[in-house]
Design a protein around this ligand. Structure first.
Ligand code: AR6
Length: 177
């Protein structure tokens, strides 16, 4: 299923349901942890699909703080690049979780712009193992993406990739404003 947004920023946004590792875009975003050495969820799926060279490159990076991002090649993935970002673990919302999640999106877009990336796909960062409420996370994702698309008009397409229908509903609501 595909939901296309309407309005100025959302002309470039699409919400789809599926596996992010299958997408033929310039870059896919990984919801990683601070060690950057793989894990479960989307992180595990990306490492499995990219192959062991990805872990090798990640080892050389030496980790990433929460709210920041790092880029690697995509190796066996259809995507040329993987931008790894570390979302906050939700613990009630009083530990700057919303700010840290917003910072993930900003960091990813900054790197994307530096690398000339024109199409990129995000998973719902922090909404799995890290338990960030999906509606709140989707509204931060849409807000930061709209701001970034104004700032970096050369970015052509942003896909939000959902695994389940709860995630899809959250993005539909967030895009409806
Ligand atoms: N494609 C798209 N979305 C996916 C895929 C996939 N192949 N697999 C899972 N999702 P999570 P987090 C969705 O837990 O909450 C890892 O162990 C999933 O349904 O992957 O940021 C890392 O190493 C959910 O909506 O990431 C970290 O330790 C979303 O991706 C920790 O989990 C994010 O769920 C990060 O937790």
């Amino acid at each position: 299923m595909t939901v296309t947004g309407s309005g100025t920023c959302s002309d470039k946004i699409e919400v789809i349901q599926g596996d992010i590792t299958a997408l033929d875009v310039d870059a896919i975003v990984n919801a990683a942890n601070t060690r950057l050495l793989g894990g479960g969820g989307v992180d595990g799926a990306i490492h499995r699909a990219a192959g062991p060279e990805l872990l090798e490159e990640c080892r050389g990076i030496g980790g990433c703080p929460t709210g920041e991002a790092r880029i690697t090649r995509g190796y066996r993935l259809p995507a040329r690049w993987v931008i790894h970002t570390v979302g906050p673990v939700w613990s009630g919302g009083k530990r700057r979780e919303p700010e840290l999640l917003a910072s993930c999106y900003r960091s990813v877009f900054q790197i994307a712009s530096e690398k000339g990336i024109k199409t990129l796909a995000f998973p719902a960062i922090s909404t799995g193992a890290y338990r960030f409420p999906p509606d709140h996370a989707a509204s931060i994702a849409v807000q930061e993406t709209c701001a970034a698309l104004e700032r970096y008009p050369e970015i052509e397409k942003v896909l939000f990739v959902c695994f389940d229908s709860r995630c899809l509903d959250a993005y539909k609501k967030a895009l409806a404003g």
